[in-house]
Design a binder for this molecule. Structure first.
Ligand code: CP3
Length: 344
């Protein structure tokens, strides 16, 4: 059986779009909360191949999307590099912030494959369980986004620490980004060798980079990771998700080497169809709040996106992750609606 997700990544126009949802595994699912409840730390879940593969499969069993995304997190990279990472309820991620030159020098640059081997084990397990027509998507955070968490020590409102550091000591900040490029390359090759069919790079905070630093912090590291991986895996397809970058999206598409651009909900599908879809596959971009509301409101918003983008290479997704308050029935309704548009 064919994998229509990979066909769309190869530029094929399909009867109905393949679909999956960012954060399709997670707290909105009762079956996720049940497993999560019994594991004290979120990272322990990411490093437990039995539970992580189970959680990866939960949305597949429930609403049969065309893609399973590996269950892990972008912050396993700082953890593998030796920084302390924890997740506390209601607060989000907490990291020991990188402050000094020593902190950068002390990163465990050769620890990635050893530390993340349980994640590769999860990929293998999921691959064995997936139906033949469902693709397995691996992922990592882009260096800039991962660096924001490492320097800020968690989520941030103003990104003052990372922006100050990047401007005042560009050389050292570059050094951190280079370490992240190498670590992410190793991690993605590990996922592909274990069975990932394609890769998504999440650059959630690309939109806050000042324009004079955009090339250096967003384009260059992403481009390097893609070319590094393709030296060993020339055929692997990449999706980029540079959230909120506005008109720079055209440069991102032409410079990085991605095959598909994942657009957030602020970009109009009409604009994407007109100006971007000739150059790559489009993925997106239903507002996660429309999914949370459900019913006719949700289906109308979804249809508007499909109407604009389904005449070119297109993968249906959200503009950002499923919100934890989302009723799972809404996801089922949307999935059935998209499946009803074609025979695959
Ligand atoms: O289903 C999937 O999409 C796969 C799993 C996945 C998770 N995180 C699981 C997760 C993926 C692809 C991510 C990516 C990720 N992680 C991003 C990029 C995409 C985005 O959402 O912007 C970022 C910025 C992170 C960092 C991160 N991880 C934050 C800020 C948080 C806390 C906020 C939150 O939503 O809780 C996490 C924790 C996290 N990652 C959870 C899950 C299911 C919730 C933790 C829990 O169950 O306690």
């Amino acid at each position: 059986m064919k994998k229509i997700f990979l066909e769309a990544l190869n530029g094929k126009i399909l009867e109905r779009p393949p679909f999956w949802f960012m954060r399709q595994a997670g707290r909105y699912l009762p079956e996720y909360r049940e497993i999560r409840h019994n594991i004290p730390s979120f990272l322990d879940l990411c490093y437990n191949p039995v539970f992580a593969s189970e959680v990866t499969m939960q949305p597949i069993d429930r609403f049969k999307p065309d893609v399973a995304i590996l269950f892990s997190d972008i912050l396993v990279i700082p953890d593998a590099l030796g920084r302390k990472v924890s997740f506390s309820k209601g607060i989000g991620p907490k990291l020991d912030p990188i402050i000094s030159t020593k902190d950068v020098e002390n990163l465990l640059v050769n620890n990635v494959n050893h530390h993340l081997s349980p994640v590769y084990e999860t990929v293998k397990k999921v691959k064995n369980r997936l139906p033949e027509d469902v693709s397995l998507l691996g992922f990592a955070g882009a260096p800039w986004t991962v660096a924001t968490y490492m320097v800020e020590g968690g989520s941030s409102r103003d990104f003052l620490k990372v922006k100050t550091w990047a401007r005042e000591d560009a050389e050292r900040f570059d050094c951190l980004l280079s370490i992240l490029v190498e670590a992410t390359t190793d991690y993605l090759i590990g996922q592909i060798e274990a069975g990932a069919d394609a890769i998504q790079i999440f650059d959630t905070w690309a939109g806050i980079v000042p324009s004079d630093q955009f090339n250096k912090f967003v384009i260059t590291p992403t481009k390097k990771i893609i070319s590094n991986v393709r030296k060993l895996k020339p055929d692997i397809k990449f999706i980029g998700f540079p959230k909120g970058i506005g008109p720079e999206i055209s440069t991102y598409i032409s410079e990085t080497g991605i095959d598909c651009i994942s657009i957030d909900s602020t970009l109009s599908p009409n604009y994407a169809a007109k100006y971007l879809q000739g150059d790559c596959t489009i993925q997106g971009n239903l507002d996660p709040v429309a999914l949370l509301i459900g019913g006719k409101t949700m289906l109308k918003a979804a249809d508007e996106i499909i109407k604009n983008l389904n005449d070119g290479p297109f993968i249906f997704n959200l503009g950002h992750g499923v919100m934890p308050q989302t009723p799972p029935e809404n996801v089922v309704l949307l999935a059935e609606h998209i499946k009803s548009l074609g025979n695959q």
